[in-house]
Design a protein around this ligand. Structure first.
Ligand code: ATP
Ligand code: MG
Ligand code: FE
Length: 344
């Protein structure tokens, strides 16, 4: 079946077409340029941008894949989590298409989509995989027995998500928004061992209750204190070393806990997804440590890590394959959709 996927949970308008496990086309527009000067996503601006971009992005996808609207068998759309206004624009477009074409509508989970998209790149998942989804809003460790019906959330962040921590540290270092990619770039030039920043929730006392949970707000505060102390004494801030040491602390905790979870649950395939999986320090450390632990590591190329329509079409296709009943045409959006709920 040919599945159309629509993503609008944040600032990217994504439309993609997937047939089985094959991605035919992925078309994305972003309103990030309009938000950058505010230092964060402005939901009202994002909603309006989705409204303007939806028609052209859909048309680009159909024309690029040389597909007629009538050939589409099912429509998948992000139902949550995300920003209510943006989600509503995508859901409205998806409902209009479903009604107009007389085809089923599936409202799916954005965060699970960040893991599901890897099936388009690296092939169908083996029986059991571990998924680490790290993005601007989430840092979650998921045991995946089935991408649609078998998600167990082993842990998540107690405060900031990894991408959020990068963006906040970016702000305090005076970098443009979003800071994540800028810190990544600086960190490649610096010494990751220059400053020993704290590794949240890794102390023995945290093992029982929070073995697979993350916390990055203490780290962010430690970076702020370190930078302030330097400034107060009139010294220059070694930006590349701060970035490298901070990025190393985040990558260290993420990979150490994830690999421990793989070993504990006897899982030999790890999928990393979400916008923060674009991070080169995480990619490198995960590759090294997975190789050492005999874990098969799957991380999609960067364009499928950040928000896109392919992830939603991929998860929609998985839902269709399992023959689940479609969502209602009055499908609501759920800004805080739980990760264990794949279909709304
Ligand atoms: P969610 O998926 O939780 O709803 P989101 O959709 O806002 O959140 P994504 O678009 O998946 O998040 O990811 C964006 C985040 O990824 C931002 O915080 C951004 O700074 C971060 N990011 C992107 N590239 C990099 C990079 N190379 N290094 C570090 N962080 C990065
Ligand atoms: Mg985005
Ligand atoms: Fe996302």
């Amino acid at each position: 079946p040919l599945v159309l996927g629509i993503e609008t949970s944040c600032d990217e308008t994504g439309v993609a077409l997937v047939r089985g496990h094959e991605l035919l086309i992925d078309s994305v527009a972003s309103s990030m340029d309009e938000h950058a000067r505010f230092g964060g996503i402005i939901p009202e601006i994002a909603s309006r941008a989705h409204l303007e971009a939806m028609g052209p992005t859909l048309r680009r996808a159909l024309e690029g894949a040389q597909v007629e609207l009538g050939e589409i068998d099912a429509i998948a759309v992000t139902a949550g989590p995300g920003l209510v206004g943006p989600l509503t624009v995508g859901a409205s477009a998806a409902k209009a298409l479903a009604v107009g074409l007389g085809k089923p509508l599936y409202g799916v989970n954005h965060v699970i989509g960040h893991a599901a998209v890897d099936e388009l790149v690296d092939g169908p998942f083996p029986e059991r995989v571990m998924a680490l989804v790290v993005s601007g809003g989430h840092s979650s460790l998921l045991l995946v027995d089935d991408i649609v019906t078998g998600i167990t959330e082993l842990g998540s962040t107690l405060d900031d998500a990894a991408g959020e921590a990068f963006d906040k540290v970016g702000r305090l270092l005076g970098l443009p928004y979003p800071g994540g990619p800028h810190i990544d770039r600086l960190a490649r030039e610096g010494d990751p061992e220059a400053i020993r920043f704290p590794r949240g929730l890794t102390a023995a006392k945290d093992q029982a209750a929070h073995a697979y949970d993350f916390s990055f707000s203490g780290l962010k505060t430690a970076v702020a204190r370190w930078v302030e102390a330097r400034q107060d004494s009139g010294q220059e801030i070694p930006l590349t070393d701060v970035a490298a040491s901070f990025a190393a602390a985040v990558a260290d905790v993420l990979t150490a806990k994830t690999i421990a979870a793989c070993q504990r649950h006897d899982v030999s395939t790890l999928v990393i997804g979400g916008g923060f999986s674009a991070n080169s320090q995480l990619r490198e450390m995960a590759a090294e440590r997975c190789a050492a632990a005999g874990i098969d590591l799957r991380i999609p190329p960067i364009r499928y890590c950040t928000d896109n329509g392919a992830m939603i079409a991929a998860l929609g296709a998985a839902v269709v394959r399992r023959g689940l009943p479609p969502s209602s045409l009055d499908l609501p959006v759920d800004s805080s959709m739980p990760l264990t709920q794949v279909l709304l």
